[in-house]
Design a protein around this ligand. Sequence first.
Ligand code: B12
Ligand SMILES: *[C@@H]1O[C@H](CO)[C@@H](O)[C@H](O)[C@H]1NC(C)=O
Ligand SMILES: *[C@@H]1O[C@H](CO)[C@@H](O)[C@H](O)[C@H]1NC(C)=O
Ligand SMILES: *[C@@H]1O[C@H](CO)[C@@H](O)[C@H](O)[C@H]1NC(C)=O
Ligand SMILES: *[C@@H]1O[C@H](CO)[C@@H](O)[C@H](O)[C@H]1NC(C)=O
Ligand SMILES: *[C@@H]1O[C@H](CO)[C@@H](O)[C@H](O)[C@H]1NC(C)=O
Ligand SMILES: *[C@@H]1O[C@H](CO)[C@@H](O)[C@H](O)[C@H]1NC(C)=O
Length: 415
Amino acid sequence: MAWLTLYLLNVLWAVAGTSTQSSCSVPPEQQPWVNGLQVLMEKSVTKSDFTNPSILIAMNLAGAYNLEAQKLLTDRLMATDSADLTSGQLALTTMALNSSCRDPGNKVSILQNEMENWVPPSPGAEASAFYGPSLAILALCQKNSEATLPIAVRFAKTLMRESSPFNVDTGAVATLALTCMYNRIPVGSQENYRDLFGEALKVLVDNISLRIKDDGIIGNIYSTGLAMQALSVTPVQPIKKWDCQQTMDMILNKIKQGKFQNPMSIAQILPSLKGKTYLDVPQVNCGPDHEVPPTPADYPTPVPPSVSNITVIYTINNQLTEADQLFNETIEVSVRNGSVLFAVLEEAQRKNSMFKFETRMTSWGHFVTSINNIAGNVNHRTYWEFLSSKMPLDEGVDYYVPSNYEHITANFTRY
Ligand code: B12
Ligand SMILES: *[C@@H]1O[C@H](CO)[C@@H](O)[C@H](O)[C@H]1NC(C)=O
Ligand SMILES: *[C@@H]1O[C@H](CO)[C@@H](O)[C@H](O)[C@H]1NC(C)=O
Ligand SMILES: *[C@@H]1O[C@H](CO)[C@@H](O)[C@H](O)[C@H]1NC(C)=O
Ligand SMILES: *[C@@H]1O[C@H](CO)[C@@H](O)[C@H](O)[C@H]1NC(C)=O
Ligand SMILES: *[C@@H]1O[C@H](CO)[C@@H](O)[C@H](O)[C@H]1NC(C)=O
Ligand SMILES: *[C@@H]1O[C@H](CO)[C@@H](O)[C@H](O)[C@H]1NC(C)=O
């Protein structure tokens, strides 16, 4: 009888705790797809020497299968030098170590110090400039919300003055950060802090909800995971009602179509598929027992490049810098059908040295930093944007697969 009472209490508690939120889950028969995704993400750890804290967070929230990968990532993160990281990366690293039940040591105080000296982006700056700082507030809030209060207040006020176009990914992480603060306003502090965070959350959550499309996608498919986390924890009601199950079903369709190959894209969707959010990081239980590796579905792997070739038209366009550096060049290249965009860039570079390019390794793969000696610059907010015809791509050069006679443009522009 006792277990039943306990069970009922738990159910009641769960219902009360989520009464304002739309709740949803992966139907049992679809679960193998989610397992397959997790296996793919965990496999990427041993295949790459890039240390990605978001993967460790996702694997610990989901319940890690591959303990070797978990240990490898944890050890590598313990060994990273804070000085080599941006504050956003440092924030992810401390959350990842906490999720592995490791002490992040002085990384938290370094982050705290960085955020105390934070120079808010100038008015009109791209909203995504708040992405890294949002991660920092989230990580600091989880460690010590009291000490984070002044920083978070300044952050919330700056955010509300923002006038540039809304960015769903950034709004979602900011929502997680301010929800953490809202839920943990230290006892004895003034009530108006709650009002301030509540007001900022309302602006964020309304904006996110206005980006819910008719099919359930929030922003684009790669911002949907973070947006789901945000909408499922926020204490404020969105202006537009959210149907969580519809979003979940749509994401499962995209998974079956093979749209989540990039391990980082998996790391950002997996928590939502498991009913978890980044706010659960401090509660991760690191007992000795781990998840039993499941039987995953055969995850659709990209069709390997075939023997036939296709033609891709590739344009590099710079109309931004000094007059003597401007160019607009087009080349036709032949690559194996099914090749990723990276192969197109390499083939173009091989055929014509004007198309030479450079990349930097990031959590999402190769980021194209420069083309024909023109390099993007954070201070000038310039970068190489990739488009198909006139439409910006929603994936980078490592994963985007062009089709026959597709016209790809790399356009040097501002964000
Ligand atoms: C800010 C941002 C940018 C900025 C980065 C500059 C800067 N210094 O801040 C700019 C505007 C330049 C940018 C460009 C692009 N971005 Co972007 N970006 C983001 C955003 C909003 C936050 C990233 C961040 O700050 N992370 C926090 C820090 C701590 O982590 P980090 O790993 O150190 O972050 C670095 C990388 O994320 C990298 N980066 C940013 N975007 C991309 C995209 C790709 C493909 C790669 C390889 C790297 C990369 O720049 C960050 C700063 O150095 C994410 C949203 C998200 N959900 O992650 C989208 C996001 C990562 N970007 C995306 C895309 C598609 C692009 C572009 C390919 C768009 C395009 N059509 O050209 C280009 C990259 C083209 C190229 N040259 O290779 C997608 C990736 C989806 C996917 N499945 O691959 C995301 C998820 C947005 C979305 N929901 O669609 N981006
Ligand atoms: C993770 O963070 C929470 C909140 O600060 C803390 O209670 C917990 O002890 C941390 N775990 C580890 C192993 O540091
Ligand atoms: C969306 O955000 C902008 C600031 O980025 C704000 O001015 C606007 O009021 C918000 N919209 C809603 C509906 O809250
Ligand atoms: C650059 O070249 C492309 C392809 O030839 C053309 O469509 C476009 O109008 C040109 N743009 C500029 C700014 O010259
Ligand atoms: C087919 O594409 C490859 C690159 O993927 C290239 O090396 C080769 O030359 C192409 N073949 C033809 C006939 O163009
Ligand atoms: C390229 O491959 C796709 C899928 O494998 C196929 O549908 C398409 O017809 C191929 N195109 C060419 C030109 O071979
Ligand atoms: C390419 O970049 C230039 C400079 O920022 C911009 O004016 C132009 O609209 C961009 N072209 C496309 C197709 O986005």
